[in-house]
Design a protein around this ligand. Sequence first.
Ligand code: SIN
Length: 294
Amino acid sequence: MKVFPSGAALGARIDGLDLAQPLSAADDQAVVAALGRHGVLRFPQQKLDGAQLKRFAAGFGELEINVASGAYQEPGHPEVMILSNIVENGRPIGLADAGQGWHTDMSYSRDIAFANVLYGIRIPRRNGEALGATEFSGMQAAYEGLPAAVKERLEGKTCLHDFNKFWEMMRQEKGSKRPALTEAQKKAKPPVSHPMVLTHPITGRKVLYANPGYAVRVNELPHKESDELLEFLFEHQLKAEYRYASRWEEGDVLMWEDIGTIHSAVADYRPHEHRLVKRCQVMATRFIPPEERA
Ligand code: SIN
């Protein structure tokens, strides 16, 4: 296995691994180390079925079955979610607008996520250029780049994360077909709190853990101060020096770690420009022991 860093704040290409085969212990450790160092890894030219994608992802932690994904699951593999704008016989085959805004997956959950593993099957192109990139920003560097006074202010603070915030943001988008969450769905996903500064389980570095998609409130501050602090952090964490955009090729497996990054799917393609990506959500069960979880 060879690691080729992107040269940007995040991102590396990994050559020499066939993810359809189980990873050796040495390759597993090398992938984990590369993930800590680069945050986002692209494994080009893979050929995976649903079971193989699932097996690779499950090596890094328990897989989540997304309650909101409903029909958009790989038959026989509910842990594999289908993200796509393709409509067949009048029926969408996947969730079309997944992740189109800055967020961290599962920050709204008591048990947080460790990683996402996506497999690109159809990637839209225009004039030869791939569309539908996935953008990232690095939260280890973003924490380090905070003014000392803000770091001090964040000490001991917790933030409330709400699944419904991102869902509603997506619903407000033009052409959104998402229905409002039902009361039962909201009940199944009540807002949860997490410390605003986490220690990264691979690198041991501090991480800013508050993202525009789900973070709604700094619990320990009055409303106005909470809003001001979050607004400052949301702007700070998207500075150009922390950013990286991964451009897709068909056959790519794109894996990123969720504790030290935030991400956004770029919606720059039209309904007839088809994108089909399969996704597994890896929870932090391997890297955060049960007694350290919220
Ligand atoms: C996601 O947020 O998991 C989707 C990212 C993408 O489709 O590029």
